[in-house]
Design a binder for this molecule. Structure first.
Ligand SMILES: [Fe+2]
Length: 317
């Protein structure tokens, strides 16, 4: 395959205090260079007999491919980030305020991150993360650092080649100039596209589709708030006999004997039941309790989720 050049998106002659010489050199030498390198590496990879190629050669080429590909993508975004008046649109101001507290707070962090890379190199990126449906400012000390699954919508290039022709070592003046040239209408368009990307699909257990579940964090909040909730650890007997710990606030009951212990529970207070990972055993126990008239829910992710969250444990006796 061959990667194709993307034309420069900003109109360089309209930029405020960024010279044509700087932008041309950046686009032609650094962006163009990354794209040319990417195509050369791709061609080399396509010609390889992978089974006969040593691992260090594959590692080297794939590393260089990642660097060249991300450099290409981020430079395209950088040039598409410029050409505006630096004033966030109402929609972007709203999104920044939602995720950072205020536009000023966002800007303070973004600018400080740029200044912090002065004398070094890297990228400062505004990235939409579909998993959390929110924006984050991301630091990248080199081209290949990127938030997995994140969609960058604004890029500040902090490699020296991005500013030394106009600003010498004065990276701070460059960062301020960049901020005055951000094309927020274009950022908003990219934000609108990015926010259409769905978060990763949640775990679906169609056989337990109607069964209400509750997250481990929510259970902890209920316990911390002192709510009356009956928490049942229903891990199979062989699991519990192997491990010494149990979630604090839970009592262990054998999932094979629900009918025997269900009578100990109160029907007026909610019951939360869980197994090891939150699959069949916990769900089936919750169903049995619901059928017996209890307000029972299962804890998503089970014992493992509680531990992964750092929930408090106690010795099982
Ligand atoms: Fe660059």
């Amino acid at each position: 395959m061959r990667y194709h050049l993307t034309p420069i998106h900003c109109r360089p002659w309209l930029l405020n205090s960024l010279s044509l010489k700087l932008i041309e050199s950046h686009y032609e030498n650094n962006y163009g260079g990354a794209l040319r390198r990417l195509n050369a590496i791709t061609e080399k990879l396509e010609s390889l007999d992978f089974a006969a190629t040593p691992g260090y050669v594959i590692n080297g080429l794939k590393r260089e491919e990642l660097i060249a590909l991300n450099s290409t993508l981020l430079h395209e975004l950088y040039f598409a980030s410029l050409g505006g008046d630096g004033k966030p649109t109402d929609a972007m101001a709203g999104a920044l305020a939602r995720d950072f507290g205020s536009v000023d707070r966002w800007r303070a962090e973004f600018v400080a991150m740029g200044n912090a890379l002065a004398g070094g190199s890297g990228w400062v990126l505004l990235v939409y993360v579909p998993r959390d449906r929110r924006l984050v400012n991301q630091y990248a000390s080199e081209h290949s650092q990127a938030v997995a699954g994140g969609i960058p919508i604004l890029a500040l290039d902090m490699y020296e080649h991005a500013y030394h022709i106009d600003f010498g070592a004065n990276a701070k003046a460059y960062v301020d100039t960049f901020m005055r040239n951000v094309d927020w209408k274009a950022v908003q368009a990219r934000y609108e596209d990015a926010s259409k990307v769905e978060p990763p699909r949640p775990l679906v257990q169609p056989e337990f589709g109607d069964l209400p579940g509750v997250g481990a964090e929510e259970v902890k909040a209920m316990l911390d708030a002192g709510e009356t909730v009956q928490v049942i650890d229903a891990r199979p007997r062989h699991f519990v006999s192997r491990t010494q710990d149990i979630m604090e606030g839970a009592v262990w009951r054998d999932p094979d004997r629900v009918q025997e212990w269900a009578g100990e529970l109160s029907k007026s207070d909610p019951v939360i039941v869980f197994c090891v990972y939150g699959f069949h055993v916990g769900c089936k126990t919750a169903i049995a309790l619901r059928e017996a008239g209890f307000d029972a829910k299962f804890m998503k992710g089970g014992h493992s989720a509680w531990r992964a969250m750092g929930g408090p444990m106690k010795q099982h006796v």
